[in-house]
Ligand binder design. Structure first.
Ligand SMILES: Cc1cc2nc3c(=O)[nH]c(=O)nc-3n(C[C@H](O)[C@H](O)[C@H](O)COP(=O)(O)OP(=O)(O)OC[C@H]3O[C@@H](n4cnc5c(N)ncnc54)[C@H](O)[C@@H]3O)c2cc1C
Length: 235
């Protein structure tokens, strides 16, 4: 699959998986996730949401997820063995199946330390299983198991839009996001769309927050034609 299916032209519904990571249900981040979700649903997407805080997701990749682990715990070796033996932890297996089912993955989170919150990083650690999504029978990048699927980051920031960009105080946001875009998503095969960002919602007045939520809805209406990021690596 090289492009997102146009929902209107397909009898089989395209699917989207939203993985959301904000500890406060009344946060702006949560509101923007709901706006994205309703936009995708309006276009005919079958949308599944994984709310990591609501689910009490454990972000720690350690031997507790691998009851038959060797004495010397080497995480990726154990992931491959468990993937091959059909012995992944049930919550990991379920989220992995949801990943494979989704034409579009949306990672929804507030920017924390120029990166993603630990609970979401830990979801990647545990669910991007070596031997299932890359490595083993799969390669990396276009040879990885999620090649042909698309992914997009849906973010809020503390800093205003003026504070990001070339020559600005916090620098270029895409530079900070490279480790996610390339090191996590592209690495396992995704084609990565330009991120969708609300800058500094806490500093906006009520009208501008409303407009920002509406803009998120509009951005997701255009998701099928959203630009892909390109990377200078040969991948
Ligand atoms: C550990 C940590 C590290 C951080 N690192 C960074 C960093 O590196 N760079 C950076 O820029 N920022 C950083 N931040 C700040 C963080 O990114 C922002 O606080 C966050 O992204 C703001 O989004 P929010 O959803 O949490 O906003 P909220 O504070 O939840 O919401 C903003 C306002 O919108 C209101 N609101 C909620 N829902 C609606 C709705 N439906 N309609 C209208 N208004 C609504 C809320 O009531 C609130 O008044 C960091 C924060 C933490 C905790």
């Amino acid at each position: 699959m090289n492009s997102l299916p146009d929902a209107a032209e397909h009898t089989v519904k395209p699917t989207a998986l939203i993985v959301h990571a904000h500890p406060e249900p009344q946060s702006f981040s949560n509101a923007q996730m709901r706006s994205a979700r309703s936009s995708l649903q309006d276009q005919g997407y079958d949308v599944r949401t994984i709310n990591l805080h609501e689910n009490g997701w454990s972000p720690v990749l350690d031997r507790s997820g691998f009851p038959s682990a060797s004495t010397y715990f080497k995480p990726q070796v154990e992931q491959m063995a468990a993937a091959n033996a059909g012995a992944l932890a049930p919550e990991v297996r379920a989220d992995l199946d949801a990943l494979f089912d989704a034409d579009l993955l949306v990672l929804s989170f507030p920017l924390w330390w120029f990166s993603l919150p630990a609970i979401l990083k830990g979801w990647i650690d545990r669910v991007f299983v070596m031997g299932a999504v890359f490595g083993g029978d799969h390669g990396l990048f276009d040879q990885a198991a999620l090649a042909g699927h698309k992914a997009v980051l849906l973010i809020t920031t503390g800093g205003s839009s003026d504070s990001f960009g070339e020559g600005s105080r916090f620098g270029v946001l895409d530079t900070h996001l490279f480790h996610i875009h390339f090191g996590m998503l592209r690495f396992v095969g995704y084609e990565v769309l330009e991120p969708i960002v609300t800058y500094g919602p806490a500093h906006l007045d009520a009208d501008n927050r409303k407009a920002a939520l509406s803009a998120i809805h509009d951005e997701f209406e255009q998701i099928a034609t959203r630009s892909l990021l390109s990377f200078t690596s040969p991948a």
